[in-house]
Write a protein that binds this ligand. Structure first.
Ligand code: FMN
Length: 185
């Protein structure tokens, strides 16, 4: 069994947020120490409970979540992370991270992240949101900073459109994540 790594799994407010439960489950089953951080909007789509149960770790749902020690949870997780995976990633979170906004736990972790930790983002969004020049520019900014994007892929979208915007498969996201932390066997 390869050495366990700490994966911070950011979950944002997309209709695909329920698929993050499977991502969390598969990463945990693979032996990763998964710490889930949910945006406020993500909690409109899925509750923290399945993440807490499957990861066997507390779920961060607010910047002001209490932790046992004196250090703010977001700084502890930013230091401990071997990988920051955000799946699904909304257009809003892409924009926020490109701009370096830190008004929630996920934004703070992204900014304070240990410099050796890779960042993987798996977007899920309406095709027009993905192709909008603002999003294109934000994706380019993040790519230039070394962020790896997985997907989105083409298909039928929950918003009723067809096109590029579906979350990549859970298997692809999990496999790329494990590979990036050297846990792919
Ligand atoms: C039903 C519904 C589905 C949504 N799905 C998506 C989505 O798949 N991708 C996306 O970028 N935004 C989606 N949104 C909009 C986001 O929830 C909104 O931009 C929110 O501010 C995202 O916040 P967050 O990035 O902090 O989680 C959806 C909104 C609703 C009401």
């Amino acid at each position: 069994m390869p050495e366990s790594k700490t994966i911070v799994l950011g979950v944002t407010g997309s209709i695909a947020a329920h698929k993050a439960v499977d991502v969390c489950s598969q990463l945990a089953k693979s032996g990763a120490d998964v710490n889930v951080v949910m945006t406020r909007d993500a909690q409109e789509f899925v509750t923290p409970l399945p993440f807490k149960t499957l990861s066997r770790n507390p779920v961060v749902t607010s910047l002001y979540d209490e932790d046992k020690g004196w250090r703010p949870t977001h700084i502890r997780l930013a230091d401990e992370a071997d990988l920051l995976l955000i799946a699904p990633t909304t257009a809003n979170t892409i924009a926020k991270l490109a701009a370096g906004q830190a008004d929630d736990a996920l934004g703070c972790i992204a900014l304070a992240l240990n410099e050796n930790a890779p960042v993987i983002m798996a977007p899920a969004l309406n095709g027009k949101m993905w192709s909008h020049p603002a999003t294109r520019q934000n994706v380019q900014t993040l790519t230039d900073r070394g962020v790896q994007f997985i997907g989105p892929v083409a298909g039928e979208l929950a918003c009723g459109y067809e096109g590029l915007g579906r979350l990549a498969s859970v298997e692809e996201i999990v496999s790329a994540s494990l590979q990036s932390v050297g846990m792919n066997g």
